[in-house]
Design a protein around this ligand. Structure first.
Ligand code: GSH
Length: 232
């Protein structure tokens, strides 16, 4: 493939952690790309055509060919641009473990975070406990399968680091807006410290969302969900 001629377009939305994953990967690999900001309240026909099944961002368009779903896109990027850093390990077992924990984050952790945002009072306290349990499972699993990862200030960034930072890098904003610690330095100290180190990397700083903008957006989103629940 002639990489010089290849054209890459990312359709995303500024507050989307899924789109952030792709932005981080493109920047890490040094792949030039155009960015198209989508309005998810008013989806364009082009987004619907590029991702007709889910109609969601992110979508990566490479030389006119669309690829959807953030994890699929990350693997596509790593296979197409094989320069370093490689996002997935070479060893098949390690690669399987990375995919396992990426899928755990996407399914189990995202699900409980969604409930945390949409609840208050006793229900929120209960869900926050459940969230902490799932984060503990994640921390223990990562420690077991990747014993070196969280023990040093590692700037070796791969798929897991990308997902962890894009998904949980703003955990303090969640605390501020919702009032519960989703990543607690007492419950999951290794995960907490690792995220704080990763957040300092230049590539993560480049894609950082301004705090005030995120606080505002999360507050509005939470109010909308609470209102919907009250009207149901
Ligand atoms: N599983 C998808 C999730 C993507 C996703 O949920 N995108 C949201 C924005 S964060 C979206 O496009 N939502 C529009 C909608 O649900 O209509 C991925 O990993 O890419």
């Amino acid at each position: 493939m002639d990489e010089k001629k290849s054209k890459v377009i990312l359709h995303g939305m500024w507050a989307s952690s899924y789109a952030k994953r792709v932005e981080i990967a493109l920047k890490l690999k040094g792949i030039p790309y155009e960015y198209v900001e989508e309005d998810l309240q008013n989806k364009t026909e082009s987004l619907t055509q590029l991702n007709p099944v889910h109609k969601k961002i992110p979508v990566l368009v490479h030389d006119g060919k669309p690829v959807a779903e953030s994890l699929v896109i990350l693997e596509y990027i790593d296979e197409t641009w094989q320069n370093s850093p490689r996002l997935l390990p070479e060893d098949p077992y390690e690669r399987a473990q990375v995919r396992f924990w990426a899928s755990y984050i996407n399914q189990q952790v995202f699900e409980v975070m969604g409930r945390v945002v949409s609840q208050e009072g006793e229900a929120l306290a209960k869900t926050a406990e459940e969230a902490q349990e799932r984060f503990k499972v994640l921390e223990d699993g990562l420690k077991k399968h990747f014993p070196n990862k969280m023990t040093r200030e590692d700037d070796d960034v791969g798929l897991l680091e990308i997902i962890i930072t894009a998904t949980f890098g703003n955990h303090k904003v969640y605390h501020e807006v919702i009032g519960v610690k989703i990543i607690d330095p007492v419950n999951t100290p290794a995960l907490y410290n690792w995220i704080e180190c990763l957040r300092e990397l230049p590539v993560m700083k480049e894609v950082e969302i301004p705090r005030d903008r995120l606080v505002n957006s999360l507050q509005c989103y939470r109010q909308k969900l609470l209102q919907q629940a009250a009207n149901a």
